[in-house]
Design a protein around this ligand. Structure first.
Ligand SMILES: [Mn+2]
Length: 422
């Protein structure tokens, strides 16, 4: 990943204004309750530019008139940190993993002084002080302000001459195009997920509750070397599957029902995101097979549409139109508009360091993008929810289905579940 991050920083510098500085904060583990914290997950833009999975670090990228300079601020080890949390990464290791010159790696306590030097007219490290301060200002909603805002408040108090701009337009643009090294990480994540789903199918008939299958998945991906789930597993039997983000997974398995899984393993912070739908009994009923094959045909035909130049709008319209025609043909709906009762999400999303990855959804597809294709049908009256989702790489000539080997044909699923548990 070293080459990848060096290249990513270079590309970001090319998009930044001259005389600007960008700050990226690694973040820290969120508080859970009393003295408990959630596991640390790095801020994705920080990780994208550094390859460093370490809390509290700060990346400073200076784009001067003629030159660029990259600084990294790391936490200093104390006895307490070493004994209670484990030693923080040393400067040498951080330099090797990120490709940032060790001379430019400093301790966090030096940050204020260093930033002052950057902003000091007389002795600025870049000749002239920056006019623009770029921050990662991704807002998921108004209640969750971006971490950069809290962190940067203190800086902005002292340097009112800086104009703050969001860096996200640029990082989101760059992150759409996966490097070969990133595609390898995504493929590794998908391979863990395939093993996990195979284990789910093996155990399906022996289980009585949704959460057991959630555990069978996590068990297998963990054994496979994944650091865990990319997002909360959906294991939704029967009409639970008509709730798109059902993650309770506490229900009893109904023997004659379908169960929908939407899940994915992580690999080195890269996500995978796969949906598969299986019959709890191991055999699809005639009705289930009819509906399943509609979704499967739409999944396959929409994937076939993928190539450079194609828009998200086209993929969305294509899949929806096909679902309309096929559900009309079996008498499930009469009017086109009724499809919104049976299919109420979009066809997919970019995928990468975030499972719903950042990116520009209004531009046509280009080689190097990775996206999901996930048509579905949800019929609450019949207790049926079906979604089939694959992870696709856009290539120069078309596409490569990175999850091609995760079985999805009715016959293959039934045969796999029927195999004796070893
Ligand atoms: Mn998805």
């Amino acid at each position: 990943m070293l080459e990848h991050v060096v290249e990513a920083r270079k590309k970001l510098y090319e998009r930044m204004e001259s005389e600007s500085v960008a700050l990226f904060f690694a973040g820290s583990a969120p508080h859970r309750t009393t003295d408990q914290y959630y596991k640390y997950a790095p801020q994705r833009n920080f990780y994208y530019l550094t390859n460093l999975h370490e809390p509290n670090m700060i990346l400073m990228m200076l784009n001067g008139k003629e030159d660029t300079k990259t600084y990294l601020f790391v936490e200093e080890n104390t006895d307490h940190i070493i004994k209670w949390e484990g030693a923080r990464m040393e400067k040498q290791a951080a330099s090797e993993r990120s490709g940032i010159d060790i001379a430019n790696i400093r301790y966090l306590k030096e940050f204020d002084g260093m930033f002052h030097q950057v902003m000091n007219y007389a002795r600025s490290v870049m000749g002239t002080p920056p006019k623009t301060l770029y921050l990662d200002l991704y807002h998921v909603d108004p209640k969750n302000p971006p971490i950069a805002l809290e962190q940067a408040d203190r800086i902005l108090k002292n340097y009112k001459e800086l104009t703050v701009k969001a860096i996200n337009e640029h990082t989101s643009y760059l992150r759409m195009f996966k490097s070969d090294a990133e595609i390898k990480q995504i493929q590794a994540a998908i391979n863990h997920t395939e093993k996990g789903l195979n284990n789910v199918m093996k155990k399906l008939k022996a289980r009585s509750h949704e959460y057991q299958l959630e555990a069978d998945f996590l068990h297998e991906i963990t054994l496979s070397g994944s650091e865990g789930n990319a997002f909360e597993t959906i294991a939704a039997c029967s009409d639970n599957a008509t709730v798109l983000h059902y993650i309770e997974n506490r229900d009893v398995l109904k023997k004659d029902a379908l169960i929908l899984f939407d899940l994915g393993a992580l690999h080195q912070n890269y996500a995978s995101d796969i949906s598969r739908t299986y019959p709890v009994s191991g055999k699809f009923t005639k009705r289930q097979k009819t509906l399943y094959n509609i979704v499967l045909e739409v999944n396959k035909a929409t994937i076939e549409e993928i190539r450079p130049g194609v828009t998200w709008k086209h993929l969305n319209d294509f899949a929806k139109q096909m679902l309309i025609e096929k559900t009309k043909a079996i008498g499930l709906i009469k009017e086109d508009t009724e499809i919104s009762e049976l299919y109420y999400h979009s066809i997919g999303h970019f995928m990468g360091l975030d499972v719903h990855d950042v990116g520009h959804y209004n531009i046509p597809l280009e080689a190097g993008m990775v996206l999901t294709i996930e048509p579905g049908l949800y019929i609450k009256d019949e207790g049926i929810g079906i979604r089939i989702e694959d992870d696709i790489l856009v290539t120069k000539d078309g596409y490569k289905n990175l999850s091609q080997s995760i079985i999805k044909e009715v016959e293959d699923i039934e045969a796999f579940i029927a195999l004796d548990e070893k």
